[in-house]
Design a protein around this ligand. Sequence first.
Ligand SMILES: [Zn+2]
Length: 587
Amino acid sequence: MGSRDKLLGMVCLCLLSLPFQAQRLSRDYNVDVLVNQVGYMPGADKVCLVKGECDAPFKVIDIQTQEVVLSGNWAPYSGDFGTWSRGDFSAVSRPGHYYILCDTLRSYPFEIGPAVYRPAIDLVVSYFSRQRCGPSATGYLSPCHLDDGIRMDNGKHQDVSGGWHDASDLRKWVGATIYGMIGLAKAYEAGVGDQAKIRDELRWGNRYFLHMQEPDGHIMSYIGGDVQKHSDSNRWTDNIVGEETGELQMVKPNAGRSPHDMLIRGTKDDRIIRTDPLELTGQFNFITAEAMTARIMKRSDRKYAGQCLQAAEDCFSWCLKNDVPFETGEIGASMLASLELYKTTKRPLYRDFAAMQAKILRTRQADTGALKGFFFTGQSNTEPYKNIWNGCQALIALCDMVKAFPKHQDVPTWKAMIDLYARQYVETLAEKNAFDMVPFGLYLGEDPGGGRRAGEYWYRYFMQPELDWWVGVNANLASNGIGLLKAADVLGDQNLKALAQRQLDWIIGFNPFNSSTIAGVGYSHPKHFPGSSFSPLTPVIPGAVLNGLGGNHEDEPVIGNGDWQISEYWTPMVAYTLWLMGVLSSG
Ligand SMILES: [Zn+2]
């Protein structure tokens, strides 16, 4: 051993004998203070939560300076989901990075700033780029499905490539993915995100939707969905358009190719276009999407804008030929559609149609009883209306109508309807839990599970897990957030604005699992669901908004174990969350 080695040996012995060697060098943190894991706009209402009753004051600490910028006391709040302590730190508005500390508890770090949601908005827009179907430069397994597809009614090939895959699947449901157009267009009009990228994404999505429109104006249902049985078209294809020979037939695929039978033509694997008309809400959502896209593209491509507007007006004419009485959800969608057509064309007939639909809606609004303001499902159907995707479209449309037609004679009626819905119904129920979470809906008759009573109705925050299908509630929360923010503006009510913020907070971690439900944003996400019937499976896509937390029979929140109901990326959830971040950013 040389003298240098001896020296090193002595140093090591010394280190081992130092007192700190006896200490535990790691520290665990209790990240139990719940916040929006991204953060807040400077003027937003800001609330943090901890489970149970907490006596010690909480501190908001500036991460860069370690300065305590606010010290506050918790307020206990007992209600649905148990007892929690709420801390209000709305007074902190200076842009910066902060965390909340309370004794041994802390929060994740978060930001306060005027562009706080910009990175998340950009990421959600890029989610659509990764889900592109067709010969895109960005799709996660591009090129794909260049051979979409074969018409189910006559067996002929029709090019319906383009658009986006829905969920953690390869299906292109028009009814679901059309919300992507609306969410992107609303974010664009809110002036947030990369405007050129959003225009580009709208165009990619619309390549599919325009091709799904029939000459008489209506839009067809889907391609890649379940044509004759579950998942029979949810597969990758060889990208080669098949020859038009032989009849459509069910065959067993090659071993190992797919666990499902495939509906194919001859030996080709082209997917089938379900040619029957999409349901009416989807038709109206298509009109909304095309009317907005026409407006957005007018400056950059006048010819294309004209094509979109024509598509919207043709579909509107087709919808009016339907003599079926409109169900409540369809009325909300039709009001939005005609309003957007008015904004694009300024034609009075669209304003008058929206006003007429609002009159019908008024007759379906509960205005007596201990709990009021919600809408019934139909003229003779007194079940309260609830829908995981479009339950809030009517509120959104009414608020936009007040803004678009301020001198209309029905404005006082519309405002009264907005007041009833937002304050008497949504706010009343959201105040029953410490998170201010908006419920999924009301139920007549038997207890649907959870035993939650309001007036003569039952209510639940989550869909019943016993149903044929149920999903997490992110679309319901985000769409209500949009409606509440607009109602806050119309009624001049700051409490409603705070409620709107809380719906986004829940989606980004302010929930009992401290779990962000946007992939690539925040922490502690529900486990990934990759799909099941094709290979390769759907990867984790940054910017994907998951369906969201669900509920058990007792209506208590559950995070699942990679279940599709919670962890899939359904387009309405993605779209409404993008839209909500957009309007919160511009407010
Ligand atoms: Zn594809």
